[in-house]
Design a protein around this ligand. Sequence first.
Ligand code: GUN
Ligand code: FE
Length: 424
Amino acid sequence: MNTASFVLHGDLCDSRDPQHLRGIPGGFLVCVDGRCAGAFPVLPDRYAGLPLIDCAGKLVIPGLTDLHVHAPQYAFRGLGMDLELLDWLNVRTFPEESRYADLTYARQTYQSFADDLRRSATTRCCVFATVHREAAELLMDLLEDTGLVALVGKVNMDRDCPDALREDTGASLAETRRWLADVSGRYERISPILTPRFVPSCTDALLDGLGELAAETGLPVQSHLSENRGEVELVAGLCPQARFYGDVYDRYGLFGSNGRAVMAHCVLSSEEETALMKERGTFVAHCPQSNANLSSGIAPVRRYLDEGLNVGLGSDIAGGSSLSILRAMADAVQVSKLRWRLQDQSLKPLTAAEAFYLGTAGGGAFFGPVGRFEPGYEMDAVVLDDARLSAPFPLTVEERVERAIYLSDDRDIVKKFVRGRCVL
Ligand code: GUN
Ligand code: FE
């Protein structure tokens, strides 16, 4: 039971809708039992008795959601960025992930990932571990201690990877069931998410077994989709019966028909694939920095927003090099401008307000009522001291947030609340 009740006083800003920021200078954000009771320009009398946390002059924004991050890749972020996806996986990623059979190594690197995540503006995340059950459980233990809310997946892969990572199909499913039994009821804030790595790493039998598990448990699913041309062609060759890449997941009930699903990238999703995502409510995790680093391309996020898809942002460490979702917002705007200028003039660039929406309410929705300062929403909030970024002319709250997207970083974070609990 979370019994956190308080009033946070500061310059509030959240996303009313993708197009508009809502700034409330000198506002009062009310938290009752871990949930938002509203954001007010003047504190209503009925809340006058609650403890006041005075952050006057500082920005207060919703906690950010990282919809796609690989914890075991944190150690080599910023390295090997001269390769494209499939070579990068074989040369850099799979050898590094093989090391997570060693729990001493896993503890060291997962602790540094958890520490940095705790100090960031992120309050929610969808995390890939590796195939190793014990290391995945260790990661969940360490993330529970950060106070963040996270969905964590033991990865499944039974083909097309080094022997050290490849699981037998039956063993992969058995280990997944064992993992789910191990972690059941163990955490307050961490829960499991089914994690077939991507179609090239998973046989039909494995996807079928995971689909059964999804139907049985209603657990959410995370994976990769239509990220890179070579990958999309590989999938078309591996699954000639599928109408498009996402159809493979869908045939096995791993595309949102059994529970929430989040698919990273969607750089090359066809109209049919996009239509099915809309129908299923599948979330897109847009990972602009990763897509640039691995030369994958630029996802048509403007189209996804216009078509009413669920979209949020992902760091995709270590395809992406930065863990910061503020940075992902700026990257999303910038790559959308390049796409507009160089690739497709029919899709207007994203605005800063839209990028802020993606990193707060857009991605937060994967976790339920999260990412906005509306009554009933879970109280995730970040207090930013933007004095370092002060201007010689007056700025509105909305302008200060726009600036923070481009210029702020972890050193400006003075407090962070998750479900009303102060974790930083
Ligand atoms: N596709 C399959 N595995 C991965 C991964 O680890 N990172 C990225 N960016 N794409 C993938
Ligand atoms: Fe990824």
